[in-house]
Ligand binder design. Structure first.
Ligand code: SMO
Length: 761
């Protein structure tokens, strides 16, 4: 069992791969946010095996364009060759016998830079004169207005319009295992093998085939065990291109493991966004219309495959999604700045919009003189209203939006908490209660189809090949059990194989909490199809004179614990293994009638899954220490609904783990830059994440409202706990601060930020 291997330290992560024949790569990275690159001088050292600059690499690769709707595309190069656009951008790769020598040599490479003005904020990017990408007219990398003007009348006639700007900081998903690449080129079959710590092997292969100018089949991408992805490993990075290109050139396998400093500096930033939201209400507090402008700070580049619009667009598409309203318009934009490129990070897009929307709902409740719980209950969709098409055009299958809130309020004893707050306030203490409730996009399949294959061998060993990949979520256990249950055999017979493009069917990999929805359903349908065939062959063995056709097999035969029997005569049995053997091997006593059933036991299914929406509600109570501006979490309840639950311990772990991660987002995580574009947070002393003592007791609960869009009833799970935390804690802190809390419009909820609010007189 994988989980046990991991706990025993027996996982095989990228750094654990055999590397006896490898040379090691270190990258020379820009110390400037924006500069022209001049001459690059290699150190005079016999230890230097090779150096490759951006200009050198041009001969071996094609520039790459991230083409996605709404995006302005331009040529992307894995190594900067004329200008560097952010601190940490790789300009050259140095190859040596050991990683240590490579690092030392990289530090000795002299690069002439001619510094240019850096664009370090959204405002500078929007209005400043410096344009980062020569092919583009300005710094807009993405711009998508939707339903422009659709809400004007409603806003004009509304009883109350609440409007507020919110800021969400730049953060890093911080997987414990940093990224890494090991690349080989085999001259005999002219193929690349690229081991990379990624969430999406097939998409990496597609991009590499374009950049390296070879067929997809000339590249094998393998994802070893991955020690956390959280979205960060869901895109193509420069190192994934440079290593295979250089491995071919040098005729030697190459390895590179990212260090924490590189990771924090250049390995994928996320979430930075400014949101300007308006909501129109009638006199009773009914939400009528919403208008949103979401501006993402994309950093220097649009990354493959999602592009610069990832955060603002994902947030905008489902903004105010849990609340009934008639009209909505939004604009999602992303701008280039001289900072590290933005990538995905758990809760992508929605963690920001949920924070902003939930803050806005509290501000509205205050102005409408309604309790925040009442305002939400009034506007959340009821279970009976589904299916719903939102004003933004999203189809919500089923949900328990209001119900989860009611359960969370009940579980947290909301009335009791309010009483406690009254007492606390009488004593002059700063005690606050926050709510958050939202729905969550999951199972998104924007890149086309996902595949799953099941192949049963002649001895009855089952292998399931999938296109999604685990980065620690426990796929092996869940899918092994799922296939075994669908086939009616022991899970011990099933092996799950993922993350190898030579064996696994094509698919987009794991992101957007999509694996159970996509792979889960595909494995189940493929296993069912195989089960019918297994039953039919079992029927041939059990009842050779009275053949049961395939279409009747499921009714007339049973399989349980690997034993097949006739419904009408349950004592006669044949084993699953005997069927597997007959399907593959010639049996002289009993030839398989090929006119009735094909030999072999293999089945592959592909599907492009519809988006499904999970939902969650959270309640938190906090108390702020007025002297230190620190707050403590007194109570934190999250109720999630991810549809049918297949494996409850995995789902529990996802919810709690997600909440711990969201706590980091809410309280600490902030990648800071100075005004020259120097990053200030490149170690874990500066970029703070929660440790176990920072994490309060998180009380969780689940509802199971099955999805009608997904055959197995599941919806995505894993990001709801994360999204809940900035919103629910910000609302609790704002509530504790009373009038001063009205101005709480950004996170992290650091002592510094809370102290500033406390100073308001
Ligand atoms: S942030 Mo996730 O891998 O969609």
């Amino acid at each position: 069992m994988k989980a046990e291997e991991f706990v025993r330290g027996q996982g095989q992560y990228l750094a654990d791969l055999p590397d006896q024949d490898c040379l090691h790569v270190a990258f020379v990275r820009s110390p400037h946010a924006h500069a022209r690159v001049g001459e690059i001088r290699a150190p005079e050292s016999s230890a230097l095996i090779a150096i490759c600059t951006g200009a050198d690499l041009l001969a071996d690769i094609s520039p790459f364009r991230v083409i996605a709707p709404g995006h302005l595309d331009y040529d992307w190069y894995p190594l900067a060759h004329d200008r560097v656009l952010f601190v940490g951008e790789p300009v050259a790769a140095v190859v040596a016998e050991t990683p240590y020598i490579a690092e030392d040599l990289a530090a000795e490479v002299e690069v002439e830079y001619d510094p240019l003005d850096a664009v370090t904020t959204l405002d500078e990017s929007i209005t400043g004169g410096t344009v980062l990408h020569a092919e583009l007219e300005n710094n807009v990398l993405f711009n998508l207005p939707v339903n422009e003007g659709a809400t004007a009348d409603t806003f004009a006639a509304a009883h109350l319009v609440v409007e507020q700007e919110f800021e969400y900081p730049r953060q890093n998903a911080l997987p414990l295992e940093t990224r890494g690449v090991l690349a080989r080129f085999d001259p005999r079959d002219q193929r690349y093998t690229v081991f990379t710590s990624t969430q999406m092997p097939h998409l990496i292969r597609s991009a590499l085939s374009q950049i390296l100018n070879v067929n997809e089949d000339d590249i094998r991408v393998i994802k070893p065990d991955v020690g956390g992805g959280f979205g960060l490993k869901g895109q193509l990075f420069p190192e994934e291109v440079v290593l295979p290109a250089l491995a071919r050139k040098l005729g030697r396998p190459l390895k590179w493991i990212e260090d924490r400093r590189e990771s924090l500096m250049a390995g994928g930033h996320a979430h930075e966004e400014r949101l300007h939201l308006s909501a129109a209400f009638d006199a009773d507090g009914n939400l009528l219309a919403t208008k949103s402008l979401l501006d993402g700070d994309a950093g220097a580049h649009s990354t493959f495959p999602f592009g610069a619009g990832l955060d603002p667009l994902t947030g905008a598409l489902n903004i105010f999604g849990a609340y009934r309203h008639k009209a909505s318009e939004f604009t999602a934009r992303a701008f280039a700045t001289n900072k590290a490129p933005a990538v995905s990070y758990r809760g992508v897009g929605q963690i920001q919009s949920v924070f902003a929307v939930e803050r806005l709902m509290d501000i509205a409740a205050d102005q409408l003189k309604l309790d925040p719980a009442e305002l939400r209950k009034l506007n959340l969709y009821e279970n009976s209203e589904f299916p719903v098409t939102s004003p933004g055009g999203n189809e919500f299958d089923t949900g328990s939006y209001r119900e989860t809130l009611e359960i969370a309020l009940d579980r947290a004893d909301y009335t009791g908490l309010r009483r406690e707050q009254e007492t606390a306030r009488e004593e002059g203490r700063l005690y606050g209660i926050g709510l958050a409730t939202f729905n969550e996009v999951s199972g998104v399949s924007i890149f086309g189809y996902d595949g799953a294959s099941i192949r049963i061998g002649p001895d009855g060993q089952v292998r399931a090949f999938i296109s999604t990949g685990s980065s620690g979520q426990g796929h092996e256990k869940v899918y092994g059990r799922l296939v075994a249950e669908a086939l009616g055999i022991s899970p011990e017979l099933v092996r799950v194989i993922e993350g190898d493009t030579d064996f696994c069917p094509v698919g987009a990999g794991t992101y957007a909490s999509r694996s159970m929805v996509t792979t889960g359903n595909l494995l189940e349908s493929a296993a069912r199809e195989l089960r019918d065939k297994i039953l039919m062959i079992g029927g041939l063995l059990l009842s050779p004179d009275d053949l049961i056709p395939m279409e009747n097999a499921a009714n007339e035969l049973r399989i349980a614990d690997g034993v097949i029997s006739l419904v009408r005569e349950p004592t006669a049995t044949v084993t699953f293994e005997a069927v597997a053997q007959l399907a593959h091997m010639k049996n002289f006593d009993f030839p398989l009638p090929q006119e009735l059933v094909e030999a072999g036991l293999e089945c592959t299914h592909y599907e492009q899954h519809k988006t499904v929406y999970s939902n969650s509600s959270a309640v938190a109570a906090v108390e702020i220490d007025p002297d230190t501006a620190q707050f403590s979490i007194r109570r934190c309840v999250i109720i999630g609904d991810c549809g049918r639950i297949f494996d409850s311990s995995t789902v529990d772990a996802q919810l709690v783990g997600g909440a711990a991660m969201g706590l980091g987002c809410a309280l600490f995580e902030h990648l800071a830059y100075d005004s020259n574009g120097q990053i200030l947070t490149t170690s874990l002393l500066d970029y703070l994440v929660p440790v176990s003592t920072d994490i309060p007791q998180i009380e969780i609960g689940h509802l199971e409202t099955p999805s009608t869009f997904s055959a197995n009833g599941t919806k995505g799970m894993g990001e709801g706990g994360t999204m809940a935390m900035p919103a629910v804690l910000a609302n609790a802190v704002a509530d504790a601060l009373m009038d001063k809390g009205r101005l709480l419009n950004k996170i992290p909820l650091s002592e510094e930020n809370i102290f500033q609010l406390l100073q308001i007189s």
